[in-house]
Design a protein around this ligand. Structure first.
Ligand code: NCD
Length: 436
């Protein structure tokens, strides 16, 4: 995160404060002094504070995104740490974890160091590198976890690739215990994926495209749950997309396995039907699934089986997404649309505002053991002000990412971030845009 001097005092006045960590859901004011929250309560006053009017709005901790692709180093034509960080705060994300599938791969401390250095120079969001679990993401030789942790890595993952060798995965999990960091699994059995590019089912048949079956995810999730149980390690399942995975995670949690899991907004909102026009902007890994899977993911998020919402923000350039469907790279950008998309579950009565905010803030913060996601007095002043019913039109060309590959391009959305503060510094407001 870039450092900027916080103002003396900022008073967020008249909002509905949602702080899941303390269970607070009530009208209140929030006062920020320096980089931290100084007071939370009704009718706060101050002689010289800058006032931000939050009436009619929700005031919540800044969101924590466990799963992003910032593309730097190596693919800065898609995104860089500065533009990714700007897009993040425009979507209310104040802490973001970035995956290791950069070029070079983030598999050694020098690259981790570089990422953190770039973040300090240009990102308004706090950036937390996830280091590779194996060298070069090749699934063969483990990385040096303690050196990577010392450099600032917060978790380990070969995201984008699956660690197919169960013996390697076992070792990764065992060593992750020693360094006390979670292993985030990209669970897709490559042999079952077998080149599939859309969910295997009626839609893949109609499109005449190779299918990627749900079972490719479910078998790998089950293997990793068994290995987590055996090793006692903390397994985090990335981008859950199937009913089978939700059910197996729920069962494993019930028998005491240390597992956490995330789901992406697109798997909560869209199904493979979205691909009937061959829109490569809706091509993603794992793929958009069936309606039954979507319903199961929503239920899993609501009942807490899936702990967190993570965007899997995955920028790709226009010329790449203009390739034919099989060739185009999977992934979609996600920071700026995430809130509006997931608020649908509140509108549909499937989850309360406080529980939805919990899955965007304190839950992901705890998974990565970050100081974030909380509005209690004394905590870091990473805060968002949200208007949950503000209607707006999404044009990715007017957004902050370098890429525009969103399935929501040109859509009318409901629910918007109006202000984002990081460490007491206003970094975004809906009127003026990103401020630093
Ligand atoms: C990811 C990317 O583009 O880096 N894409 C995606 O669809 N989630 C990597 C990956 O998980 O395939």
């Amino acid at each position: 995160m870039m450092s900027a001097d916080p103002e003396n005092e900022i008073l967020l006045r008249g909002g509905r404060v949602l702080d899941p960590a303390s269970g607070l859901d009530a009208p209140a004011d929030v006062s920020i002094e320096g980089a931290r929250i100084s007071r939370v309560g009704p009718n706060l006053t101050s002689a010289d504070a800058r006032i931000i009017d939050a009436s009619g709005c929700w005031v919540a901790p800044g969101f924590v995104d466990l799963h992003t692709h910032l593309r730097e180093p190596g693919q800065e034509y898609k995104e860089d740490i500065r533009t990714g960080g700007r897009s993040a705060v425009a979507g209310g994300f104040t802490s973001i974890a970035c995956m290791a599938n950069t070029q070079p791969v983030n598999d050694d401390p020098a690259t981790t160091d570089f990422i953190l250095d770039r973040a300090r120079q240009g990102s308004p969001a706090r950036v937390y590198p996830v280091a590779a679990a194996t060298r070069g993401l090749e699934g063969k030789v483990m990385t040096e976890m303690s050196a990577l942790m010392a450099a600032g890595a917060v978790a380990f993952s070969d995201d984008g690739r699956t660690i197919m060798d169960s013996g390697v995965m076992r070792l990764v999990l065992e060593y992750s215990r020693l360094v006390e960091a979670p292993v985030m699994t990209h669970a897709e059995d490559r042999r079952l994926v077998a080149g599939g590019v859309v969910n295997e089912g009626e839609v893949s048949t109609r499109l005449g495209l190779p299918g990627n079956p749900a079972i490719a995810e479910v078998t790998l999730v089950e293997r990793d749950l068994m290995l987590a149980e055996f090793t006692g390690a903390h397994l985090h399942v990335a981008h859950v997309s199937t009913r089978g995975a939700v059910e197996r995670i729920r069962a494993a949690r019930d028998r005491g396995v240390h597992v956490t899991a995330e789901v992406a907004p697109h798997h909560l909102a869209l199904t493979d039907e979205r691909l009937l026009d061959y829109d490569t902007n809706a091509k993603v890994a794992p793929p958009l699934r069936s309606e039954d899977d979507r319903i199961a993911c929503r239920a899993g998020l609501a009942d807490g089986t899936l702990d967190a919402i993570a965007t899997d923000h995955a920028p790709h350039a226009q010329h790449e997404k203009e390739l034919d469907f099989v060739e185009a790279p999977p992934g979609m950008i996600g920071f700026e649309t995430a809130l509006a998309v997931v608020l649908d579950m509140v509108r549909e009565g499937e989850i309360s505002p406080l529980e939805l905010i919990r899955r965007l803030t304190i839950n992901p913060a705890r998974i990565l053991r970050l100081e974030a996601g909380c509005l209690a007095e004394g905590s870091l002043a990473d805060v968002v002000v949200i208007d949950p019913s503000r209607k707006w039109h999404y044009d990715p060309a007017k957004g902050y990412s370098k890429s525009q590959n969103s399935p929501w391009a040109g859509s009318d959305l409901e629910g918007r971030v109006l202000h984002t503060l990081v460490g007491g510094v206003p970094v975004f407001d809906a009127e003026r845009g990103v401020l630093i």
